[in-house]
Design a protein around this ligand. Structure first.
Ligand code: PXP
Length: 244
């Protein structure tokens, strides 16, 4: 069955808008777990625009499911990961001006810089995932680098302009997921997933975990985080394993 990872970055975005302590991303993580989240995801960006180092340390102590740190392969963040030691890390590209992560990490172009970083994270006993575009060549490169998991970038599917484009993107994701499974990798998916597009994705693509942030936190503004997570968890449970 597909698992649900809830990304709580935007609880910190809201807190930081006023510079105080509310709302607390740790409290959000605990509420999401209580509502059925199978893991908690947070991204410590190099500019610390939402989750901060101390949030990560507190999350590491409080989260009882599995904490996944999304991170750029940058030395200060690698050192933070080695200090805090979350169960899982997910390597993503980062550009300072971007609103959110814009594409997968190019494992072919950055092989030389990624290899030692991944070696250190694996050596410390963390599970390593890489966020990649849904391309078999990227999946193969991630496997060669030693990653145990790839998270397939669902942005192009989520932002499809029409049904035909969405179908093309689902086929791309399906092909990449098959290649990943064949290579012995766990397959995760994320970016732009919401209450409408999660069903068709899981009906077509075999995914062990989806990571969802913005749509869940947005729904929580109106219905509360407990209801928002429960509803998403129900959709994931309903759709997972229904078709290929
Ligand atoms: N996966 C990755 C690699 C991401 O960068 C993000 C955004 O932080 C997500 C999943 C969650 O995306 P969204 O907030 O659009 O659900």
């Amino acid at each position: 069955m597909t698992l649900l990872g809830v990304n709580i970055d935007h609880v910190a975005t809201l807190r930081n808008a006023r510079g105080g302590t509310e709302p607390d991303p740790v409290q959000a993580a605990l509420a999401a777990e209580k509502a059925g989240a199978d893991s908690i995801v947070c991204h410590v960006r190099e500019d610390r625009r939402h989750i901060r180092d101390d949030d990560l340390r507190r999350l590491r102590k409080a989260v009882t499911t599995s904490l996944q740190l999304e991170m750029a392969p940058a030395e200060p963040i690698v050192r933070l990961a080695l200090e805090v030691h979350p169960l899982e890390v997910m390597l993503v590209p980062e550009r300072r001006q971007e609103v959110t992560t814009e594409g997968g990490l190019d494992c072919l172009a950055h092989r030389a810089t990624l290899a030692p970083v991944i070696g250190r994270l694996l050596g410390a006993g963390m599970c390593v995932s890489i966020f990649v575009d849904a391309e078999p060549s990227q999946v193969a490169a991630a496997r060669d680098l030693g990653a145990q998991t790839v998270e397939l970038h669902t942005g192009p599917y989520s932002h499809a302009h029409n049904a035909s484009d969405a179908s093309t993107q689902l086929t791309r994701l399906h092909t990449a997921a098959l290649a990943a499974a064949k290579a012995g990798l766990h397959v995760h998916a994320g970016h732009g997933l919401n209450y409408d597009n999660i069903g068709p994705l899981l009906a077509r693509v075999a995914v062990a975990k989806v990571n969802i942030g913005h749509s869940v936190i947005s729904r929580a503004v109106f219905y509360g985080l407990d209801a928002a997570v429960r509803e998403m968890k129900g959709l994931v449970r309903q759709a997972s394993g229904t078709g290929r």
